[in-house]
Design a binder for this molecule. Structure first.
Ligand SMILES: Nc1ncnc2c1ncn2[C@@H]1O[C@H](COP(=O)(O)OP(=O)(O)OP(=O)(O)O)[C@@H](O)[C@H]1O
Ligand SMILES: [Mg+2]
Length: 293
C-alpha cells in the first residue's frame, strides 16, 4: 500500500488529539532533527498522561518514527505528512475521499479523489528527498543535512511552485488542469480523463496535435514561462482530442540564464518524438520559430 493510501486509511480512526500530537511533531521538526518527547508535550499542549497514549496510536499507525538514541524523540514520516495534508483537504471540503492511484513515480504520487459534491479531482503528492529509513547510514546523513534540504521543505516547495505555475498558465490560456487547492506537499487539480501522449498508439492527424502543443508552449513563453520537463510523458490527450500540459514544478521563467536553451530542449523533445513516432517533418528550428513568435 502506498503512503497516501495508508494515511487515508488511518485518518478516520484518529481523534483530534492524535492529530494535535502529529502536528506538534511536524512543528518540532523545523527546530529539531528528532523532536524530543518534552517538546512534543509542549507544542501539543496536552498533558503528560494523555501524550504517551496518543504517541502510541500514531506509532502503531506508522505515521511517526520513534528514536531512543541520543534521546527519546519522534520524527514524522511521509505517511504522517500525507495524513496531515489529507486532513486539511477534508476539513476545507476540497476532498471527501481518496480514490485509486493514477501514477506512482519517483517524485510524485497522483490519485483520483472525490469531492463532497461528488466530482472527480486529481490529487498529487510531491515526494522529494524520499529517504529509506532502513538504511541507517543514509538516515544519519539525512539527519545531518536538514532544513532547506529536508524532504518536507522540498516537497512542499514543489507543490507550491507547481500550484503557482498552474495558476499562471491558466491565466495565460495554456491548457492545464485547473488548480483547485494546495496544502503542504499536495495539490488538488482538475481531473483530466485522458491518455498520456506516450501511451497513444496512433494519431489520425499528428500535425494538428504537434501544432496544438507548440501553440500552448507559445502562450506559456509569452507569459514568461518555460516548462523545462516537456515530453510525451507530460502531455495528456483527452476524449475530445484536446491537449493538456501537466507536471509543472520545475518550470523556469524567461529571465533564467538558460531559459532559451531549456525552451529549445523542450521543443526538441516534442518535434523529435513526433518525427520518430509519426514521421512528421517539422524541424526543431521551425518549431522554435513558432513558439518564439
Ligand atoms: N490532472 C490530472 N488528471 C489526470 N491524470 C493526471 C493528472 N495529473 C497527473 N496525472 C497522471 O499522473 C501521472 C504523473 O503525474 P505528473 O506527471 O504530474 O507527476 P510526475 O512528477 O511525472 O511523477 P513521476 O515522478 O511519476 O514522473 C501523469 O503522467 C498522468 O498520467
Ligand atoms: Mg510527469
Amino acid at each position: 500500500m502506498s503512503s497516501a493510501e495508508k494515511a487515508a486509511q488511518a485518518l478516520p480512526g484518529l481523534e483530534n488529539y492524535d492529530l494535535r500530537v502529529l502536528q506538534a511533531i511536524e512543528l518540532g521538526m523545523i527546530q529539531h532533527q528528532i523532536v524530543p518527547h518534552d517538546e512534543v508535550l509542549r507544542y501539543s499542549g496536552l498533558n503528560i498522561n494523555e501524550i504517551d497514549h496518543r504517541l502510541d496510536i500514531l506509532y502503531k499507525n506508522e505515521l511517526i518514527y520513534r528514536e531512543r538514541d541520543p534521546y527519546l524523540g519522534y520524527l514524522m514520516n511521509y505517511n504522517g505528512y500525507d495524513l496531515l495534508a489529507l486532513n486539511a483537504l477534508v476539513k476545507s471540503e476540497v476532498l471527501e475521499y481518496l480514490g485509486p492511484s493514477i501514477g506512482i513515480g519517483k517524485e510524485a504520487d497522483v490519485f483520483e479523489g472525490i469531492t463532497p459534491s461528488n466530482k472527480t479531482v486529481a490529487v498529487k503528492f510531491h515526494r522529494l528527498g524520499r529517504t529509506s529509513f532502513r538504511d541507517t547510514k543514509r538516515k544519519r546523513e539525512y539527519l545531518a543535512d536538514r532544513r532547506h534540504s529536508s524532504w518536507q521543505y522540498q516537497s512542499r516547495l514543489a507543490a507550491e511552485t507547481e500550484y503557482k505555475a498552474l495558476q499562471m498558465m491558466q491565466e495565460a490560456g495554456v491548457q492545464v488542469p485547473e488548480p483547485i487547492y494546495q496544502n503542504r506537499h499536495t495539490i488538488v487539480m482538475q481531473y483530466i480523463k485522458g491518455t498520456q501522449l506516450s501511451d497513444i498508439i496512433s494519431l489520425e492527424e499528428p500535425e494538428i496535435f504537434l501544432h496544438d502543443i507548440l501553440e500552448n508552449m507559445r502562450k506559456a513563453y509569452k507569459a514568461g514561462v518555460v516548462h523545462s520537463d516537456l515530453s510525451e510523458y507530460n502531455i495528456l490527450i483527452d476524449m475530445d482530442t484536446h491537449v493538456w500540459i501537466i507536471d509543472w514544478p520545475q518550470y523556469i521563467t524567461k529571465d533564467h540564464h538558460n531559459a532559451e536553451e531549456i525552451l529549445e530542449r523542450d521543443i526538441g523533445n516534442i518535434t523529435y518524438y513526433f518525427e520518430r513516432k509519426y514521421g512528421t517533418d517539422m524541424t526543431r528550428a521551425e518549431a522554435i520559430t513558432i513558439v518564439k513568435n
